[in-house]
Design a protein around this ligand. Structure first.
Ligand code: TXA
Ligand code: MG
Length: 310
């Protein structure tokens, strides 16, 4: 308990000085900085080598703190009441007079906002008098981090501090839904979109691929392990690592399992860790077995499809 308090204090100290630190969320680790500070926002882009035209998600402790920055609407209230804190990001209209840095939004009039669930991150947010911009803690286009050690692998000593909250429970990024106009899902994620439809009780559009850059996370190449990957494979070719959804009795050195028993939730949680491990084990190519396209399986397939564009 004492160490939790002192870690939060340490994290706050860095953030107050406009440094970037890594923070745990229930989805993936974030690279966080003060969303009201141009200096902090610029540092995030630089560290991630992220193009400045790709806006950042801002994380809030609660809706009260959000009210200074965004215009709230009915669809938002319904979804927020049901799913926040949790793995959903809302695109809302930015309020005139909001203090959000123009670098965070790339001068757009909308803002991506999320209320993360991880208790450590919530404690930290509660202790601050500004929200935190925090994209996933990885180099642009690469795999997100789901453990403190992944973050260190990505950034080494370039970041000041990692608030270690253990392995992320969900392991894939949040679901993004735009509420600027008709509810529109822009990214599959940790929250099943059928649940969003149920709560809104109306049609929800899905625009997760787009030639127009609605969300630059929709760029074809993303979530890449940095080596070629192919999907819907039935067997591995020579020298390929083979990723399977369910453990097999036969032992092959190049077989990697996402779950023991065809469990999609477990597979989501393990996906990035296994892809990282395969690369570390020295493989130059990855084949992945077909994964059921339902629930979070849809998010897994979305990430694998993008990774396969390498
Ligand atoms: O689970 C998550 O969402 C994690 C954790 C750390 O919260 N964050 C995350 O951030 O995945 P990032 O930056 O890797 O992905 C956020 C996506 C980007 O593709 C960005 O283009 C999009 O959200 N985005 C940000 N602001 C937007 C806006 N105003 N309109 C549309 N898309 C936006
Ligand atoms: Mg990302």
């Amino acid at each position: 308990m004492k160490s939790i308090q002192s870690n939060i204090k340490k994290a706050k100290k860095y953030l107050d000085k406009n440094h970037c630190i890594a923070v745990p969320t229930e989805t993936v680790y974030g690279l966080a900085g003060n969303a009201y500070s141009d200096q902090s926002a610029k540092k995030i882009f630089k560290l991630k080598k992220r193009p400045l035209n790709n806006p950042l998600i801002v994380h809030y402790y609660d809706i009260n703190k959000l009210k200074n920055d965004c215009v709230i609407n009915d669809n938002f209230i319904k979804l927020h009441n049901k799913f926040s804190p949790g793995p959903i990001t809302f695109i809302l209209k930015l309020k005139k007079g909001s203090k959000i840095s123009k670098f965070v939004t790339n001068k757009q009039k909308s803002l991506a906002v999320r209320f993360p669930k991880h208790p450590l991150f919530r404690k930290l947010l509660k202790s601050l008098n500004y929200p935190l911009a925090a994209p996933s803690a990885n180099m642009s286009t690469r795999l997100s981090s789901v453990k403190a050690s992944d973050v260190i692998e990505e950034f080494g000593s370039k970041i000041k501090y990692v608030l270690d909250g253990g392995k992320c429970k969900i392991g894939l990024e949040s679901t993004i839904v735009s509420l600027l106009d008709k509810p529109t899902v822009l990214r599959y994620g940790g929250l099943d979109i059928s649940k969003i439809k149920d709560v809104l009780n109306k049609k929800v559009l899905v625009k997760t691929t787009s030639k127009k850059k609605i969300a630059p996370g929709q760029f074809p190449l993303h979530y890449s392990p940095g080596i070629p990957l192919r999907i819907n494979a039935t067997k591995p070719k020579k020298d390929e690592a083979f990723v399977l959804i369910k453990k097999r009795k036969t032992k092959f050195k190049n077989y990697y399992y996402l779950s023991k028993k065809n469990d999609l939730q477990q597979s989501a949680k393990n996906l990035y860790t296994i892809l990282r491990k395969i690369k570390k084990d020295g493989y130059k190519m990855i084949a992945v077995e077909r994964i059921q396209n339902k629930g979070i399986g849809r998010t897994i397939n979305d990430r694998l499809t993008r990774a396969s564009k390498y």
